[in-house]
Design a binder for this molecule. Sequence first.
Ligand SMILES: *[C@@H]1O[C@H](CO)[C@@H](O)[C@H](O)[C@H]1NC(C)=O
Ligand SMILES: *[C@@H]1O[C@H](CO)[C@@H](O)[C@H](O)[C@H]1NC(C)=O
Ligand SMILES: CC(=O)N[C@H]1CO[C@H](CO)[C@@H](O)[C@@H]1O
Length: 315
Amino acid sequence: MTSPVAVLAVLAACLCGVLLPVACRDHLNYRPIIGVLAQENIVGDPHAQGSSYIAASYVKHLESAGARVVPIRINRTDEEYEKIFNSINGLLLPGGGVDLQISQFSRLSKIFYDLAIKTNDASDYFPVWGTCQGLQQMTVLSSNKNLLTLTETKAVALPLTFTPGQRQHCILYVYRPVFSKMSEDNITSNFHSWSLSLQNYSRNAKLKHFYKVLTTNTDGRREFISTMEANHYPFYAVQWHPEKSPFEWVDKPGMVHSAASVRASFYTALFFVSEAMKNHHKFSSASEEERALIYNYYPVFTGLDGIFLQNYYFD
Ligand SMILES: *[C@@H]1O[C@H](CO)[C@@H](O)[C@H](O)[C@H]1NC(C)=O
Ligand SMILES: *[C@@H]1O[C@H](CO)[C@@H](O)[C@H](O)[C@H]1NC(C)=O
Ligand SMILES: CC(=O)N[C@H]1CO[C@H](CO)[C@@H](O)[C@@H]1O
């Protein structure tokens, strides 16, 4: 097995070499802080407090790979969001179940997506990661359309089908230690009703120009995108749930906890946190940073049958 150190070396070579020709290894930010978007509470959630939540598994996933997390709450002003953007080193759009065009989550996603495009265009490296709904939201933002289609993927574990000729791409380096497992065993947890089919992706010029497809899956009827990466931006997205294997425990079909699935999960987090290390945004003071971090909030245990084991709730 390739050691995590070897993977990091490959990552540094891969990402610094390809995307940042300057010797960025000397200038990494080893105290990265990643913003995670909150979203409207699930209707009928008996544990809900306030108006929005973040599933704690997303926070733990990033923390496991050496990042700290700042929650980005809904219903704040554009100015507040811009200030947060200039203080964090990367952004994660989590899974969930809100409207991708009219929810507060979609409003925040658009504000941060636009800021991320603008800042990367100005050579300020700022990575964005989307998981499940996060991937779906990114496709809506990049195409200005909802091109998703219903698939039979509500609770199913799948292997990944790698797109030929794409294995050299940076994000896939992360999967290398688990490549054979990923393409053969059912190690990705899928919990989505909607997917971006390869067909709609291929027919939409904006999406085709913006993203390349790294892995796909099928529900037996439609081939859909399961991992993608932007061509010119450090934007990455997966339709499956790397954070569930180590951190969610609801006992239902589609949940995988094998050693290979946990390892794959960790490598996705390590990859994204390594990306965030290339950004140098900072809070304006130590006390502002302290006030913004997730440690100011307490996750609520929702029970062993909770779709999310623990949630953070916000006003
Ligand atoms: C393509 O997108 C449309 C929405 O614009 C959707 O109704 C349709 O089901 C999608 N088709 C496929 C094959 O994904
Ligand atoms: C993966 O799961 C499917 C059913 O969802 C099953 O048919 C298949 O044999 C599984 N593959 C492996 C390698 O376990
Ligand atoms: C900034 C923002 O979106 N504020 C809204 C927060 O929610 C209240 C009540 O729903 C609205 O009135 C505000 O406009």
